[in-house]
Design a protein around this ligand. Sequence first.
Ligand SMILES: C/C(=C\C(=O)SCCNC(=O)CCNC(=O)[C@H](O)C(C)(C)COP(=O)(O)OP(=O)(O)OC[C@H]1O[C@@H](n2cnc3c(N)ncnc32)[C@H](O)[C@@H]1OP(=O)(O)O)C(=O)O
Length: 292
Amino acid sequence: MSATPPPGSPDTEAPRAAIGRTQTTTDQVTAVPVKLLQATLNDAAVTPAAGDPLPPLWHWLYFLPDATMSNVGPDGHPKRGGFLPAIALERRMWAGGRLTFHDDPPRLGDTITRDSEILDVQEKSGKAGDMVFVTVRHLISTPRGLAVEEEQDIVYIAMPTAFRPPPPVEAPADPAWRDPMTVDPVLLFRYSALTFNGHRIHYDRPYAMDVEKYPGLVVHGPLQAMALMEAARRHMPSGRPASYSFRGVRPLFDFDTVAIHAYARADGGHDVMTVNGDGHVCMKATVRWADS
Ligand SMILES: C/C(=C\C(=O)SCCNC(=O)CCNC(=O)[C@H](O)C(C)(C)COP(=O)(O)OP(=O)(O)OC[C@H]1O[C@@H](n2cnc3c(N)ncnc32)[C@H](O)[C@@H]1OP(=O)(O)O)C(=O)O
């Protein structure tokens, strides 16, 4: 385990030396981000009140990165170094995650604590070339105890010279349900603002296209994961998600026509996925329901 270097200082150690590094942060579950995300997701939910439970995944509205402008890197994220290892590969993507939701969620008004640990740093070679996956575990607690266990996978890839999408994965036929999802630059801007995510691929088209070589603005992985979870909850109103896992398979863009497909699983859960206009899966997620 290594001590956390100051933000922006290059990690002189091997990236795997960061494994075991820990960080604890606290925050307050306030109403304004909840109201603004409801509006952003076109959700006509009632005004949030003290004591209301946060829907699953909505803890992503808290514990936001607060790097000063002088500590922001060229991609708009906090400069490399600090808690996360300073990976040299320039292009960062949110690759996936796994969550367990305990019985008593964070509630409006709670002071919440996030205990984070770098669980793994793995160099891999894939179709996109050399990659480094960093897995971070977050344990989210309220005054009543552990509420959410989460593992996040972040991937770093070399800056490409041209956009080379992963091989397409066709969405299976005959979904149990299929909902349209509208994505556009305003949605992406609002989600970036709500999560204080400065990554320029989501709102700065010249940067996204000229520097990272995407064909358009990239839809956030966490936004897709949330949209999939919200769709699953709409269709299963009496279900309580017990666990959730998701993986970004293919980038989704602001110009795409998007649908959310769902497929019932033999274990009582659902596979849900964002599917682009070509019928290709972009994010694939699995929700398992408590008591199913
Ligand atoms: C927020 C935020 C950023 C974002 O939101 S970025 C937008 C959301 N993320 C995406 O759109 C990711 C889309 N996915 C991809 O572009 C590709 O799947 C990816 C991640 C570049 C990998 O593609 P490859 O074709 O190179 O992968 P391979 O099939 O060759 O697999 C090689 C090994 O990597 C493992 N792997 C692949 N994808 C994932 C994944 N999503 N999560 C975890 N692991 C993955 C795969 O299992 C192979 O491993 P082996 O051990 O079997 O070698 C922000 O920055 O904050």
